[in-house]
Every structure is written in C-alpha cells, then in structure tokens.
Design a protein around this ligand. Structure first.
Ligand code: NAD
Length: 358
C-alpha cells in the first residue's frame, strides 16, 4: 500500500477519469469521489466511511474500489460505469451525523448524475436517506430515496457464485455438509450465513464485533473461531466478507480451503499475481467483483428502471456468469484474468451487455 507514484501517475496507471477531493468547511467533512470509467454509462458505487491511517491509504482504497466497480458493472452486463467514494473519518469511532451525510450529498450532487452514490462499509440506509435530502443521485435509502439495503442481494449473488464454484469443482449443487469459513458477519455476512445454513452448510465465522458473532451463532447455529484463525480454518469454501487485502502471496500457502469465494471487495492484495498463485496452489478462486455484484445489480437495475422480475433474473445470472468465468479460467492464467478479459471486452464494445431494462 506504500505507493510512491504521484497522484496523477496512479490515476493514469489505473485508467481513471476523475479523482475529486472535497472539504466542507461547516462540518469538516473530508471526502473523495473517484470516477474510474463512464464508458458504459453513469457510474453507481458505494460511499465508504472509514478511518484511514493516511490520505494515501484513502486514495489507494478509492482508486482500487472504483476500478473494481467498472469491472463489476461490465461483467454483470449493466450499462453503467464504475465509481466509488470515501469519507475520511477523523477517528475510528466517529458517529455518523445528518449534517455529515447532507454535506456528502451536496458533494455527490456536483457530479450531476455521472456519479450515483449508495451504501458501503460504514454507511446505512439512514445515512443514504440523509444524503438524498441534498441530491437525487443516490440509491439505497428507505424513505427519501429508493432501493433499500443492498446486502441481501449481495449475499444472494455470492451464494450463486458459491454454487457455481462447487459445481465447477465437481462437488455438485448441494450444500449439505459443505463447510464454509466466513470472515466478517456484518450486513452481507449475516444474510449469507442464513442462506448457507438453510441450504445445509456448516458455517464457521469470525468478526471483530462480538455482537455480530453472537447473533449468527445464536440465530443460524454457526461456530465461532478467533479472528486470527478464520482465514486458515480448514473448509471447503473460504468466504472473506469483511474488508479487502486479506489474502496475498505470503498467505496463500497457509490457506486450507479448496474454493475462495467471498463478498468483500479486493480480497486479493495483488489480484493479478495472487490469482495465478491460487490457481497454482489448486484453489478455485471465484473473482470477488463477479460474485459480489448482487447489490450493484439491484440498485443500478432499479435506477435503470428494471422490473422486479428482471432484477431477480439478473441476480440469478451471477450463477451463469461465475460458471462461465471459472470455465474460461481453465485456459487462462487465472479466473481473475478471465473475468477482467470479459469486462474489458464489454467496455471496449466487443460484447453485447445483454441488458433489457424496461
Ligand atoms: P459491514 O460493515 O456491514 O460488515 C463488515 C463486517 O466485517 C463487520 O461486522 C466488521 O466488524 C467485520 N470486520 C472488519 N474487519 C474485520 C476483521 N479483520 N476480521 C473479522 N471481521 C472484521 O459491511 P458489509 O456491507 O457486510 O460489506 C462487507 C464486504 O462486502 C465489504 O468489503 C464490502 O465492500 C463488500 N460488499 C458489500 C456489498 C453490500 O451490498 N453491502 C456489496 C458488494 C461488496
């Protein structure tokens, strides 16, 4: 994460269109919006509220996340670009306020719809509705704007990705007795625990928030382990559902899973190299931006005017898309490379998006 490149070099390297910094004098809000690409359309991407050790870390995060959104939208067949925003909290425990959210909403509004905000880590439906009091370019609220919490849809899509992975690995389409180790049981993780345990899987969890762990243990019969042990827990499917950068070249040899499939964005420290190392290690990697697209599909689909039936169909398509990418990964350097190739072909206009918004 210690990038020695200048900001312009970083933007150019990743192919970004815009990186915009904002300070609101009244509230002290410090925020960044990164628009990676609008080649396929306006860009919808979440707002992350987070305490970063340095401004460089925040820039690194927003640049990586926004590029991931471009790939996510493209691989999901959405006529949308890729963007993301981050709010740099002054300290870890900073409580969200309406004034902060409204200031962020005004910042988002200056993009006139080229950027559409939504939930990410640290932002809930209330925060979104506060933002929506200042801009119509936001999705995922419950009262002032539409869409609601996208995490059940993200969990459903990730579940489809896991199904496709099991089938690809020759394990069939049945979760009975399948073991899943999940890091992070927040919004997405809890919904995923529900789907997996209902399907018969045995789920082991870890989270730095004890309340969340207790909830899934009591409600879904999950088993808890220490945070430090979850990534090396022996399991069929390892599902990182907390933050990114949890697996890299040095940790791959320690993994004891046969499938890596989770909802977190940017699971791999260096996706190009790490995905190749995973393949070499015999671990099937379902690329994060493919399987965690359910929330984006839901909110972007609503924004585009899709019917409820079409929203469901598009979410279910994550199964097919993952299966296609895993198959393509057999003849590619990695499944990540295969997914990026499809996304880039779509962005370059060489593949149909297959979108049918009504
Ligand atoms: P969340 O904030 O609700 O949950 C994250 C959980 O991870 C929290 O419970 C937190 O305590 C836990 N956590 C953080 N660091 C941890 C660590 N080191 N070890 C164990 N647990 C840790 O966020 P969410 O909405 O559930 O999103 C989870 C991940 O999925 C994020 O990476 C997010 O970007 C990604 N994602 C979310 C959505 C969505 O619809 N919410 C969509 C796509 C991708």
């Amino acid at each position: 994460m210690h990038n020695t490149e200048s900001i312009f070099e970083q933007i150019a390297d990743r192919g970004h269109e815009r990186l915009c910094f904002h300070h609101d004098p009244e509230t002290g809000l410090r925020a960044i919006i990164a628009i990676h690409s609008t080649a396929l359309g306006n860009a919808l991407g979440g707002t992350r509220r987070w305490y970063y050790e340095s401004e460089a870390d925040a820039i690194y995060d927003v640049l990586r996340l926004s590029k991931g959104m471009t790939y996510k939208a493209a691989v999901s067949g959405l006529p949308m670009g890729g963007a993301k925003s981050v709010i740099l909290l002054p300290h870890r425990e900073q409580v969200r306020t309406e004034a902060e959210a409204r200031a962020m909403g005004r910042f988002v509004d200056t993009f006139n719809g080229a950027y559409i905000a939504a939930e990410d880590v640290g932002v809930d439906t209330q925060f979104i509705d506060w933002m929506a009091s200042e801009t119509s370019h936001v999705m995922g609220g419950e009262t002032v704007c539409r869409g609601g919490d996208p995490s059940p849809w993200t969990a459903m899509g990730t579940f489809h990705g896991m199904r496709a992975s099991l089938i690809h690995a020759g394990r069939g389409d049945d979760f009975s007795g399948i073991t899943v180790a999940m890091q992070g049981v927040g919004h997405v993780g809890q919904n995923l625990c529900k789907l997996l345990t209902e399907a018969g899987a045995k789920v082991t969890v870890a989270d730095i928030n004890k309340k969340s762990v207790d909830y899934v243990v009591d409600t879904y019969g999950c088993t808890a382990v220490y945070d430090a042990d979850i990534l090396t827990t022996e399991c069929d499917i390892l599902a990182p559902c907390a933050l990114g950068n949890v697996i890299d070249g040095s940790s791959i040899q320690k993994l004891r899973c046969s499938i890596l499939c989770g909802a977190a964005n940017n699971i791999l420290g260096d996706p190009e190299e790490d995905a190749v190392a995973l393949k070499t290690a015999g671990i099937l990697y379902a690329p994060d931006f493919v399987v965690n697209a359910g929330g984006l599909i839901h909110l972007a689909g609503m924004h585009l005017g899709m019917s409820n039936e079409l929203l469901q169909t598009k979410n279910d398509e994550i199964f097919e898309t993952t299966a296609q990418i895993l198959n393509r990964g057999n003849n590619s350097t990695s499944t990540y490379a295969a997914a990026v190739e499809i996304a880039e072909q779509r962005i370059a206009g060489t593949q149909e998006t297959g979108i049918h918004a009504s």
